[in-house]
Each structure stands twice: as C-alpha cells, then as structure tokens.
Design a protein around this ligand. Structure first.
Ligand SMILES: Nc1ncnc2c1ncn2[C@@H]1O[C@H](COP(=O)(O)OP(=O)(O)O)[C@@H](O)[C@H]1O
Ligand SMILES: [Mg+2]
Length: 315
C-alpha cells in the first residue's frame, strides 16, 4: 500500500475531504494526516508523498520536509525551491520568458533588518532616486511584499504622498512597487501537477465572500492563453500546486501573483464547484505521484552522494 501524508494548518475543509477522496478511490494508495515529532538524522519517513499546505508558516515543518525529500519522499511543493523563491524573482523569470508582467521595482526595506546598523548598508544608495522609480512604475501602483501572501501589507497607492505614507508602515519588510493594472477581467487559476489548470473568474474588488462571483466571462481565446501561461509559469518554477493570478488590461493578461504554493482551497471561500475541482484533481495527481513511488531528488549537487536505496523501511 502506498501512503500519502497531508501536512496542514488552520484550514478546515480541504484536508479531511482530500483524505476521504483518496481513500475512497481504492487504488492501492491510502492517505492520512502526517503525525510527526522530533526528527532524527536516521528518521524513516513512512510516506511516499507528502502534500505540504503549511510549511510557509512553520519553519520546523520546512526543515523536516527537506530531510524527508532527502529520504525519497515526494514533497509537494518542492521545499528547497520554495525556500529559495520570492515574488520578485518570479516576476523577473516570467519577464525573461516573454510573459506580460507589470513593471516592478524591488525596494530596500523602510527600516533596517534586526541586528544591522547604518554600516550594514554602505552599498545602498541613499536617498534612493525615488523620482526615477515613480516615473518607471507610474501611478496608481501597488506597494506589496516581495514575499508572503494573503493580501498582507498590500497597498494601492495613487500618488507620491500615498506611497510614502504606505511605505512608512512597512517596517523591515522587503517591498516591491508595481504598476497597477486597471483591469477589466481578473482570473485566479489553479495549476496542479504542471498539467491540470482550472481558471476561476475572480473579482478582487468584491467583499471576500463574493470574490468568486465575477461578472466577466472567459472567452475561449483567453482560456487558451491563460492555460498556456499557467503551465509555462508552473513548469519554469517547478511547482506542482499553485495558483496564478492574472489581471487583464486591453486584452493582455498580466501575471501578478504566482507564489501561492499552499493556495486557498477552503470550500466556503473558493465555492462549491471550484472546491470539487481542486479536490478531485489533487486526489488524482497525488495518487499518480504515490504510484510512481519514492524518489530521491536528482538535481542537487548532493544527489550523487545518495544513490542508495530510496526506502529502507518498506519492501
Ligand atoms: N499590479 C497590480 N495591479 C492590479 N491589482 C493588483 C496588483 N497587484 C496586486 N493587486 C491586487 O491586490 C491583491 C493582492 O495582491 P497579490 O499580489 O495577489 O498578493 P497576495 O500574495 O497577498 O495575494 C490582488 O489580488 C489584486 O487584487
Ligand atoms: Mg494574490
């Protein structure tokens, strides 16, 4: 019997429904919630696959998952790359690949990081050439963290004064300033296993519970474009579970948010039809991964040192 473990936090509906969906398919693969304590260097991990929905908030889990990967457990999403990645890098890589991305500038944090002094910043231009930055990005623009999620510290700013007022509130968070896309359509897309895409019209200007009730309709041409972009972005970044947000202006979809490696999948939030899709597709994908069995990552410089058996516990 292959085994899938779910690692999750405060979410209520998705993890138990996913365990049930996988177990009810009766495909020689079972799922359960991960139970774990202190991790030893010799730790045997009993899972073929772990779906990680929470390590972004729990560093202990992230460290545990890296060692599980070293022992051959397939981790979704890749904890090494997720640890290394950030949104500004995402924008840069999409831009290089020719995908439309709003003009974006990375800014030094307003306040110094802990344990640094003015001397730590001798390489930093002071003051910044703000006018050049504003001219490049334009207004309205979005001041938002280079990392993180959940709309935390996201400010729409309409002019220089609003920018500085918002920037003053950001303490030592590294921020980006991004061209605001005044959109006519907006889409949030699940992309699973780098092959399944589900496009959800989304109206971020609505109150939270009405955001998945959007007025605009997805044209077949836009659907094809978004699918292609989602697959390209997730393949480039190596994510198997992600959502990508697009704001459409003048018919062009701008990719504005795609580091959502544990995207919202709560039934009450994403609504019934989307919930059913994400549940069903995740179950299919995880079962597929489990059937492929354990695999030690092959792409790291340490990979050649650990060519031995991938699973010394199970036959
Ligand atoms: N460049 C932009 N143009 C228009 N709207 C934006 C832009 N950036 C962010 N937003 C709005 O702010 C919301 C939150 O920003 P986002 O980049 O998705 O960060 P988070 O990871 O916190 O969700 C988006 O859903 C969108 O409504
Ligand atoms: Mg977002």
């Amino acid at each position: 019997m292959k085994k899938i473990g779910l690692l999750f936090g405060m979410e209520q509906t998705f993890p138990p429904a996913l365990v049930e969906a996988i177990n009810s398919r009766d495909q020689g693969v079972m799922a359960e919630f991960v139970k774990i304590g202190g991790i030893t260097l010799e730790q045997l991990f009993e899972y073929d696959v772990i779906l990680d929905r929470i390590s972004q908030d729990v560093p202990f889990y992230r460290a545990m998952l890296k060692v599980a990967a070293l022992n051959g457990v397939r981790i979704i999403n890749n904890p090494f790359w997720w640890s290394a990645d950030d949104k500004f890098f995402n924008y840069a890589i999409a831009h290089k690949a020719g995908i439309p991305v709003p003009k974006t500038v990375l800014l030094p944090s307003k306040e110094n990081p802990p344990d640094t002094t003015g001397e730590s910043f001798r390489n930093l231009m002071f003051p910044l050439n703000w006018q050049e930055i504003f001219d490049y990005v334009g207004f309205p623009s979005y001041l938002k963290p280079y990392d993180g999620g959940g709309w935390k510290h996201v400010y729409k700013v309409n002019n220089v004064d609003e920018f500085f007022a918002a920037y003053a509130e950001t303490s030592n968070i590294v921020m980006t300033l991004q061209e605001g896309i005044e959109f006519t359509e907006y889409y949030r897309c699940y992309c699973i296993g780098r092959k399944y895409v589900h496009i959800m019209p989304y109206e971020p200007r609505n109150p939270h519970h009405l955001r998945y009730q959007a007025d605009f309709t997805l044209s077949p041409a836009m659907e094809a474009t978004l699918k292609d972009l989602c697959l390209r972005i997730c393949t480039m970044l190596g994510y198997d579970f992600n959502t990508i947000e697009f704001a459409v202006r003048d018919g062009i979809p701008y990719a504005i948010d795609y580091l959502n490696c544990a995207p919202d999948a709560e039934r009450s939030s994403v609504q019934e039809e989307n919930f059913e899709w994400v549940l069903d597709t995740t179950a299919t994908f995880l079962i597929d991964c489990a059937k492929q069995g354990r695999a030690i990552p092959q792409e790291y410089s340490w990979s050649s040192l650990i060519k031995g058996p991938t699973n010394n516990k199970k036959k």
